[in-house]
Design a protein around this ligand. Structure first.
Ligand code: ADP
Length: 286
């Protein structure tokens, strides 16, 4: 069993009126089956309201299943005795870094998490050092987080999660509020953590380009997993992605349009470089 496993996971949000009568039931997850191996980098795509955040909250035991089950490191999220161990194992990074940063100084902020876990002081400093180094923010350790750019703040937030030594990190649209530079910084950092530390990554994103380098892409629609595969395979299925309200990376889109217009280009082109390479012989360039 992988580090995250869901079996027929269902989540219903129930709204009641003043008399406690059920007014509306929204099935946000509708029978999700998934098994994510330790060390994987998984991108979760889906249009607004498809159930991505609800799934992320289950992985962090912030929500309990209506039906079915979810295990994190073989711990069942239905068992309340496991809630804190699950949150230690699976750290969450949210969209807005301003809501996650509480310290007045970067190093203090990164130390909050382990301090709350009761980690001894010396070990806290070791973790703060290592986490800041891992996200490339050591030079800023004595600065006020207010002075940092959005991308730098988000990297500090990631360091704060890393300092709690999770085995898995779930990022719920961590780049939604960042400029293109900040987005690149954060995604690069997360890939490095995945590669160097073997942290399992679950990256929820709206940006197709951020999913290109994942090991695996899961596409959600209406509370279900509707596509699941490697990026090249998923991005070859352009029409199907579009039917789920998603775009494809720019280079993939252009290659798709050219192929539809009759150019013999291969499927699954993911980057400008790949597109240029595929086009060169067709255009008589070397
Ligand atoms: P995504 O992250 O893909 O945008 P969400 O998981 O946030 O999707 O939402 C899935 C569905 O559940 C949506 O229809 C949303 O409106 C609904 N939903 C999310 N949170 C709540 C809530 N707290 N109460 C009621 N409905 C909710």
């Amino acid at each position: 069993m992988g580090i995250i496993k869901a079996a027929r996971l269902v989540h219903e949000f129930i709204r009641r009126n003043e008399d406690d009568k059920i007014e509306e039931v929204k099935r946000a997850l509708d029978g999700v089956d998934v098994d994510i191996r330790t060390g994987a980098f998984v991108a979760v795509l889906g249009h607004n309201g498809s159930g991505k955040s609800t799934f992320a909250k289950h992985v962090n035991a912030l929500l309990a299943p209506t039906e079915g089950a979810l295990w994190v490191g073989e711990m069942d999220t239905r068992d309340e005795a496991h809630v804190w161990d699950i949150r230690k194992m699976a750290g969450m990074v949210f969209q807005n870094p301003d809501n996650q940063i509480i310290g007045n100084i970067v190093e203090e902020d990164v130390g909050f998490g382990p301090e709350n876990l009761g980690v001894p002081t010396e070990e806290i400093w070791r973790r703060v050092d290592a986490s800041l180094k891992a996200v490339g923010m050591t030079a800023y350790r004595l600065q006020s987080p207010n002075k940092l750019s959005g991308g730098q703040k988000q990297r500090v937030a990631i360091a704060g999660v890393m300092a709690m030594k999770p085995r898995c990190i779930i990022l719920d649209e961590p780049t939604a509020m960042l400029d293109p530079n900040g987005r690149r910084e954060v995604i690069k950092t997360v890939h490095e953590l995945n590669r160097a530390e073997g942290i399992t990554v679950l990256l929820i994103t709206h940006y197709m380009e951020e999913a290109v380098d994942a090991d695996r892409i899961i596409v959600m629609d209406d509370g279900r997993i509707v596509m699941d595969g490697e990026p090249r395979e998923i991005f070859s299925r352009v029409k199907e992605l579009k039917s789920h309200g998603l775009d494809v990376p720019q280079a993939t889109e252009l290659a798709y349009e050219l192929r539809e217009a009759g150019m013999p280009l291969p499927e699954g082109i993911l980057s400008r470089e790949e597109l240029a390479q595929a086009l060169a012989p067709l255009l008589g360039c070397r």
